[in-house]
Design a protein around this ligand. Sequence first.
Ligand SMILES: O=C(CO)COP(=O)(O)O
Length: 248
Amino acid sequence: MRIPIIAGNWKMNMTIKEGIEFIGKIKPSVKGTDVEVLICAPYVMLKDLVEAAKGSNVKIGAENMHYEEKGAFTGEISPLMLKEIDVDYVILGHSERRQYYNETDETVNKKLVKALEFKISPIVCVGETLDQREGDLTKDVCKVQIEGAFNNINQDDVEKIVIAYEPIWAIGTGKTATSEEANEVIMYIRNVIKGLYDEETSEKVRIQYGGSVKPSNVEEIMNESDIDGALVGGASLKADSFVELVNF
Ligand SMILES: O=C(CO)COP(=O)(O)O
């Protein structure tokens, strides 16, 4: 049984005050849900959000981290620091980090190893650009990204990892992959995991879809056979909308 996970990725939005208020608002409304509820937010507010979410089923995650525990990396945040403030999750390899901050499959892999070592649950993002989709390269791109990220990851750790399939052309554009299209790629990604490990392992790993998910399309997406959740940007910024997503 794969427990669905609905996650917000706030990106570089929200102030600390707004973030704390948001958590206070959603807590009572998501209490009864069977899905895992997660908010990923900027570093500066994580400690406050962890505090605000205490005693509830709302989990808190970071949007990135460095792969070293400590050292001369000005401006970076380490897994040790995230663990110290009880962060549950970390997003790794988001397409915006790959596009603007030189994130590569190799650095995603190093970060994945460290997240597992520090017992921070990782969400590994993969997905193709519009050009790649139009060139029929979607599956190839996802395969390379998954194989790169999972390099030397032990079979026992695989079920602790969440994968997010986020086609780049669907992020923040209002264009969603149809739920069938998303499911097809996600089934393919599961098959890549099966090839790297075995079927039992591949059936345990949770794979989310991300890209213009909103209250009006979340149910259809979540009804697909292999989609185990959503990673949501824009529609996660308003408490009402996020609650609707969780209670799809
Ligand atoms: O990048 C995303 C989540 O990580 C998706 O963003 P949108 O939901 O705004 O398209």
